[in-house]
Design a protein around this ligand. Structure first.
Ligand code: CA
Length: 226
């Protein structure tokens, strides 16, 4: 889990960086708004801790630019004064939570953990198509409530097909995503794996979900009637 701290006060910045590192996070620290924004847009972070009063670009502008760029990274605002206006402005601009300075580190850590959990909850833990269910956390697959045993590769293949349902996936794409193979590698491996996967998840069930598109690849489709 990677966290970006944007904080110009030396002591607070160092303290936060040290505390969050000790709590097991990978931490980057920016000392002003422009640097913070640059990092937030060019790197991937799971969370941004953002001070409001910053040199070069204030926290509000940083947040606005992050959201305008289409990034939904959770943002925890640090406000200097307990002013309703400041808090409302931050939340209006798309901050996820705020903390009023001075704060106890334990409180910050609790907020950080809660925001990270919330972020995860938006990712579905179970992917479904008709009566097929793939549980990402438990690594379990069922069809019509019956457990199906898949190998790790078959599970990854099933996940890929489900995530991109309705999309014809060329063998070359499947090869690069699941086997880390090149475009021109022997695609027989994929055909064999697909056949095995179908034998497990489609052969004994209706409707058939995995469809071969001749000369192109494979697609997961759920017929209208299902
Ligand atoms: Ca400041």
């Amino acid at each position: 889990m990677k966290i970006l701290i944007v904080e110009d006060e030396q002591k607070t910045g160092d303290y936060l960086r040290q505390g969050l590192s000790e709590a097991g996070f990978v931490v980057d620290l920016a000392r002003d708004g422009a640097d913070g924004l640059h990092l937030a847009l060019s790197e991937h972070y799971d969370l941004v801790v953002l001070d409001v009063m910053l040199p070069t670009l204030d926290g509000w502008s940083v947040l606005q630019s992050i959201r305008n760029a289409g990034k939904n990274t959770p943002v925890l605002f640090l406000t200097a004064r307990d002013q309703v206006e400041q808090r409302v402005k931050g939340l209006d601009l798309g901050a996820d939570d705020y903390l009023v300075k001075p704060f106890a580190f334990s409180e910050l850590l609790a907020r950080v953990r809660s925001l990270l959990r919330r972020g995860k909850a938006t990712e579905p833990e179970v992917l479904k198509a008709a009566d097929l269910e793939l549980d990402l956390l438990r690594r379990r697959v069922t069809r019509g409530g019956r457990r199906i045993e898949l190998t790790a590769k078959e599970f990854a293949l099933m996940e890929l097909l489900l995530r991109r349902r309705g999309e014809v996936l060329p063998r070359s794409l499947i090869a690069s995503q699941i086997w880390d193979m090149n475009f021109d590698s022997d695609t027989n491996v994929i055909e064999v794996a697909l056949r095995r996967l179908r034998a497990k998840v489609d052969d004994d069930y209706e409707p058939k979900l995995i469809v071969t598109v001749r000369g192109m690849g494979y697609v997961l489709e759920v017929p209208e009637s299902a």
